[in-house]
Structures are given as C-alpha cells and as structure tokens.
Design a protein around this ligand. Structure first.
Ligand code: 5GP
Length: 196
C-alpha cells in the first residue's frame, strides 16, 4: 500500500446486513459517535412516505441512474430487488481525502465491488440473532411493500447471510442494539489504529 492509498482508503468502512436487521440504526449511531461521513446512496426504487430526498437516498428514475452509470459517477452500483442502488463516488473520495472515516451502508454485491478497488476497506456484516426476528421486522415496517417484495427480502437475507461468512472481515450480531453499536465502533477504531 502506498502512503497515498493508506491516507485515502484507510478509513473506508462498509456495513451490510439483511433488510430489517437494524443496520441503518446502527450506522446512524456509529456515525454520530465517530463523527464519520455516511455516504448517501442513489436509488431508482420509489421513495416511501417516511423517507426524504437526500436523507435516506437521492431518488432517481431508472434513466437518470443509467446516465450516471455511464458517466462513471458511482464507486459501485448494484441491482437489488429489481432496483438500482449506487454509491456516488465524489463525496466519498472528498471525505476520505479530508481524512474522515467514511461509512457505506450497501449490499454484498456493492461491498465486493468496493473491496476489489479498495482492498483496505473494512467490511462488517450485521446479523440478526434469530431468523424470526428478521421476519417480524420486515413484516412490521410501514413501507407499504407487497407480499412478493417482503418474501424476496427474506430469501435474499438467507443467501446474503450464507455469503457473509466467506466475504466479510467482521460479523456483528444485533441482539442488543447498544452492544452492536459499540462492537462496530470498536472494529472501526481498531482499524484506524492499524493505519497509524
Ligand atoms: P432498502 O430498499 O431496504 O433501503 O435497501 C435495500 C438494499 O440495498 C439494502 O441491502 C441496502 O444495504 C442496499 N443498498 C443501499 N444503498 C446501496 C448502494 O449504494 N449500493 C449497493 N450496492 N447497495 C445499496
């Protein structure tokens, strides 16, 4: 690793986990405590009533998303549940160049793409303590999703969990929220120490 790479890629952290595992809550708390930069992804999926443009995502049409793919605007992108999701490249690079910890909350396909380009990135996968918890949370979320989408989220969760063992640096079980947040923070701080 060159000095430049360690400076620009050393603080990149990827957090993944199945739908409903609580990763957004964990990320938000870790971001606050670490004063990290949380990347806001773009997506072509519809915005739900509880979401705000530019907060959870920047919501684009499929055509707008495809144009940005062609322009090379994404560090990574993937199709998840039939919609595009991607990480805008520029804000991530700017935050890394400013020496900040950057957290990407993205799926496993995106994580693998980023790891290829930036092998120093640390990957953390959040696991549910029990399959039933995941089921209840996906059912309980007020997103107005149809049964087929919920079923797909659960099936994908099973596949992703199986792959996580192979591909991620750390697995964190979200049984107790505070403990899971602390574990994520400890992993990130340990990583920063490695870079010094
Ligand atoms: P949701 O529709 O529940 O907000 O997100 C669905 C999935 O897309 C989640 O697993 C989430 O982590 C993933 N995701 C969100 N943003 C990105 C992104 O920028 N890139 C990739 N590859 N996945 C993303």
């Amino acid at each position: 690793m060159t000095a430049k790479e360690s400076k620009t890629s050393g603080k990149l952290v990827i957090i993944s986990g199945p739908s409903g595992v609580g990763k957004s809550t964990i990320c938000a708390q870790a971001v606050e405590k670490l004063e990290a930069f949380l990347s806001v992804s773009s997506t072509s999926r519809p915005q739900s009533d509880s979401e705000e443009y530019g907060r959870e995502y920047t919501f684009l049409t499929r055509d707008e998303f495809k144009t940005k793919i062609r322009e090379g605007a994404f560090l990574e992108y993937a199709e998840v549940f039939g919609n595009y999701y991607g990480t805008p490249r520029t804000p991530v690079d700017e935050a890394l160049a400013a020496g900040r910890i950057v957290i990407l909350e993205i799926d496993i396909q995106g994580a693998l793409q980023v790891k290829k380009q930036r092998p120093e990135a640390k990957t953390i996968f959040i696991l549910p303590p029990r399959k039933k918890d995941l089921l209840d949370r996906i059912e309980g979320r007020a997103r107005g999703e149809d049964e087929a989408t919920k079923k797909r989220r659960l099936e994908t969760a099973g596949r992703e969990i199986a792959m996580a063992w192979q591909h991620y640096d750390h697995l964190v079980v979200n049984d107790d929220l505070d403990q899971a947040v602390q574990e994520v923070i400890d992993i990130i701080q340990e990583k920063i120490k490695e870079q010094i």
